[in-house]
Structures are given as structure tokens and as C-alpha cells.
Write a protein that binds this ligand. Structure first.
Ligand SMILES: CC(C)NC(=O)[C@H](Cc1c[nH]c2ccccc12)NC(=O)[C@H](CCCC/N=C(/NCCC(=O)O)S[C@H]1O[C@H](COP(=O)(O)OP(=O)(O)OC[C@H]2O[C@@H](n3cnc4c(N)ncnc43)[C@H](O)[C@@H]2O)[C@@H](O)[C@H]1O)NC(=O)OCc1ccccc1
Length: 231
């Protein structure tokens, strides 16, 4: 695989964690089947019913706490070891990339394992499963805590987005891994990379909104196809 000296950037979505038992958003067991995204992952939903939103996040934390990284996560961690110019951009909030050993990871949409104080904005890590109380509160001021994730209608963290956007423009190879490519602005990164001459390679079990853009398509569970591509 001739990527050795190339600038490689990877964008991952829920599909990379599917083989670890983490439900995707739009797949058959998709999280959203019972709830529309806006219903739960939005500031409006949290203002309306913070306990309901926290019950959903507590459920997802319990799912993910039982999950372990799969060969796709591990292959991406191995690529970082070998490729000097490798960057991993993820839409996932499950933390499995870091658990697999990836260090150069941009969590575009935040993490389920961090909380944020709605009054002061301080952020802290909290990996307790189950959570002793819902809703959790800020340990410093007692105000309501929220998950440190990006909700629909909220802007992405500026530094993370700027770094991701710049890396996409400089990529020679851009890997699109396990994402339906429906959520913006993350879904614009492959387009931006292609507009700057990157070779796009898609890994997915089915066609997506981004497939027409891809120069190369690997169909099948990414836990099998990505290790094969990298080998
Ligand atoms: C639904 C979509 C149309 N909506 C958006 O894009 C909106 C904006 C918008 C609204 N209307 C629009 C109309 C047009 C364009 C955009 C919009 N975007 C936003 O709101 C963003 C924020 C978007 C981020 C939202 N947060 C998430 N997550 C964190 C929370 C949480 O997780 O609880 S998004 C969440 O959903 C997305 C799910 O997508 P995928 O990861 O791709 O998962 P999915 O299930 O869809 O697909 C899985 C894929 O894997 C494949 N697969 C499955 N198994 C495998 C397998 N084994 N192997 C390989 N592949 C596999 C499947 O085939 C499938 O293709 C991820 O990004 C995930 O992070 N913010 C913003 O625009 O702010 C503005 C702004 C700007 C400045 C100032 C003020 C405001």
C-alpha cells in the first residue's frame, strides 16, 4: 500500500464502531429509529427535558462502556505509528479511537465521557457507569451539567474545525470510513479534500451520499476491509 510517505487523513463515523456493538445513528438498529436527532441531541430538547436527554446519554454510556475497539480502530492507531503525517478526524463521541491507542484524533462532535457546566462552561472527564444521579451537576458550582458534545444547531469547536478543515485541504489520501455523510459540516470535509486534489477512498457496507465522489470504494465491514487495505 503506497501511502507510506503520503499525507493521509481519515474521517470516521458511527460505522467504525458498529462491529464493537455500538449502535449507529441511521443503521437498522440505529439510535434514531425511536427518536429523531433533534428530539434529543439539541439544546431545545435539553432545555425542555434535561432528565430525558440524560437518560438517553446514560444509556449510550452504558452501551459504549461494554464495547472494545475493533480491528478498524486498531488499524487506524497503527497507521498513526507509521505515517508521520496522519490525522484522524471523528464524528464519534464514544472515545474508542483513543482507547485503541490513537493520539492524533480530532473529536469534531465532542465526547460522551466529558461533561460541561451549563453555568460556567468548565469541562471535566466523568467515566462513571452508571451515573449515580441524573441529571449530573457541576462539582464546583452545583449547576446543571450537560454532555460535552456538539448538539444539532450548535457550532463545532472552532479550533477542532479549523484544524480539520486545514488538514482536509492538505491531504493526499482522504479515507471516508463508516459514515453516511449526511451531517454537516463534517460531510463537507471529503468534498473539500477532493477539491484540493486528494484521492478519496471510501469504506462502507453500502453506498452513501459520498460514494459518487470516491476514487476507490471498499465494500464490507470496515473491521475487515481497512486491515486488508492497510496490509
Ligand atoms: C441531519 C443533518 C441534515 N443536520 C445537519 O447536518 C445539521 C445542520 C443542518 C440542519 N439542517 C440542514 C440542512 C442541510 C445541511 C445542514 C443542515 N448540522 C448541525 O446542526 C451542526 C452540528 C452537527 C453535529 C451534531 N452532533 C452529532 N453528534 C454529537 C451528539 C451525539 O452524538 O449525541 S451528529 C451525529 O450524527 C452523525 C451520524 O452520522 P454517521 O456517524 O455517519 O452515522 P450514520 O448512522 O448516519 O451512518 C453510519 C454509516 O456507517 C455504515 N456502516 C454501518 N456498519 C458498518 C460497518 N460495519 N462497516 C462499515 N460501514 C458501516 C452505514 O452504512 C452508514 O453509512 C454523526 O456526525 C454523529 O456525531 N451544527 C450546525 O450546523 O451549527 C450551525 C451553526 C453554526 C454557527 C453558529 C451556530 C450554529
Amino acid at each position: 500500500m503506497g501511502a507510506m510517505r503520503r499525507r493521509v487523513v481519515a474521517l470516521t463515523g458511527a460505522g467504525v464502531s458498529a462491529e464493537s456493538g455500538v449502535p449507529t445513528f441511521r443503521g437498522p438498529e440505529g439510535l434514531w429509529r425511536r427518536y429523531r436527532p433533534e428530539e434529543l441531541a439539541s439544546p431545545e430538547a435539553f432545555a425542555r427535558d434535561p432528565i430525558r436527554v440524560w437518560e438517553w446519554y446514560a444509556w449510550r454510556r452504558e452501551c459504549i462502556a461494554r464495547a472494545t475497539p475493533n480491528p478498524a480502530h486498531r488499524t487506524l492507531a497503527a497507521m498513526e505509528e507509521v505515517l508521520p503525517d496522519f490525522l484522524l478526524i471523528t464524528q464519534n463521541v464514544d472515545g474508542l479511537h483513543s482507547q485503541a491507542g490513537s493520539r492524533r484524533v480530532i473529536e469534531l462532535h465532542g465526547s460522551l465521557w466529558r461533561m460541561r457546566c451549563v453555568r460556567e462552561g468548565r469541562v471535566w472527564e466523568d467515566r462513571r457507569v452508571p451515573l449515580p444521579e441524573l441529571p449530573p451537576r457541576c462539582p464546583a458550582c452545583g449547576a446543571l451539567a450537560r454532555p460535552d458534545v456538539v448538539w444539532f444547531g450548535e457550532p463545532l469547536p472552532k479550533a477542532a474545525w479549523t484544524q480539520a478543515f486545514r488538514a482536509a485541504a492538505e491531504a493526499e489520501i482522504f479515507l471516508i470510513i463508516g459514515t453516511s455523510g449526511l451531517v454537516e459540516p463534517a460531510a463537507s470535509l471529503p468534498r473539500w479534500a477532493r477539491a484540493h486534489g486528494a484521492r478519496l477512498i471510501e469504506f462502507n457496507i453500502e453506498d452513501t451520499a459520498l460514494t459518487p465522489l470516491a476514487d476507490e470504494v471498499w465494500r464490507g465491514p470496515v473491521g475487515e476491509t481497512l486491515p486488508r487495505w492497510w496490509a
